[in-house]
Design a protein around this ligand. Structure first.
Ligand code: HEC
Length: 129
């Protein structure tokens, strides 16, 4: 176990440098439930690619994590401009993923999925509720 992990287990003595969104409780709950849906969506996409169901994987990417009007509305509600931009960029990457999945090429699909997941990780590194 490294020092950082030990620090975290001692109860957060490690400094958290992420920016807080300071969302009101209802918005926080709503945001976190959407986050859990995003995780479900990428899990579903991974499973569909593994069984060769690229068409369904493509639809899932566009409908569940793509830049739908609903997702754009959610991102627009976030007060932090930089956060909003990262959210939009993430949803746009999911639309690209949806397009790539139509090619039914596993290497290209993994590369596009990796790009999308990197944007999940980047935002989590910068922001917290
Ligand atoms: C634009 C920013 C942003 C993007 C993009 C993003 N997230 Fe999040 N996510 C957050 C924030 C902020 C939190 C709250 C973290 C905290 O308070 O510690 C969060 C929390 C979560 C949680 C915890 C939910 C809970 O119930 O506590 C999960 C799971 C999650 N995100 C999954 C994902 C996945 C999977 C993706 C990509 C497919 C993703 N997120 C993309 C900002 C983002």
């Amino acid at each position: 176990m490294d020092g950082q992990m030990r620090g975290m287990m001692r109860g957060g003595s490690q400094k958290d440098g992420r920016t807080s969104l300071n969302n009101p409780p209802m918005m926080r709950e709503h945001h976190l439930s959407i986050m859990r849906e995003h995780l479900e969506a990428v899990t579903e996409i991974t499973g569909l690619v593994s069984t060769g169901d690229y068409d369904k994987a493509s639809r899932t990417a566009a409908e569940k994590i793509g830049l739908t009007p609903e997702m754009r509305r959610m991102c627009d509600m976030m007060g932090d401009k930089q956060f909003r931009a990262m959210g939009i960029a993430f949803h746009q990457s999911a639309d690209r993923l949806s397009e790539v999945l139509k090619k039914k090429d596993p290497t290209a699909a993994l590369a596009a999925l990796h790009e999308t997941l990197n944007l999940c990780v980047a935002c989590h590194a910068s922001y917290r509720e």
